[in-house]
Write a protein that binds this ligand. Structure first.
Ligand code: FES
Length: 97
């Protein structure tokens, strides 16, 4: 369906509505991703976007502040901050670089 997108998290595929928050998908399913502050402040939800970089929302102000402190990977994002606009594949970043 046109309003449905596929989200691959550590190789496992989930389906959700277009423009859904990634954190909402994770609230409703058992995934490998973890959250703590849910507000872009702690870095626990750090992920790397493997596919579909253009299919998620732009970095939030919180991400622009925190991500450079955690990693220099340009594809790193905070899972609690992104909305999904199309199919994506992400991987959890286990340790802060
Ligand atoms: S849960 Fe804390 S930054 Fe995403």
């Amino acid at each position: 369906m046109i309003n449905t997108v596929q989200v691959e998290i550590n190789g496992e595929v989930f389906t959700t509505e277009k423009n859904a928050k990634l954190i909402s998908l994770c609230d409703n399913n058992i995934t490998d991703l973890e959250f703590m502050c849910r507000a872009g402040a702690c870095g626990v939800c750090l992920i790397k976007v493997i596919e579909g970089r253009g299919n998620i929302t732009e970095k939030t102000e919180e991400e622009k502040i925190l991500l450079p402190m955690l990693t220099d990977d340009k594809d790193a994002r905070l899972a609690c901050q992104v909305k999904i606009m199309g199919d994506i594949a992400v991987q959890k970043i286990e340790e802060f670089a």
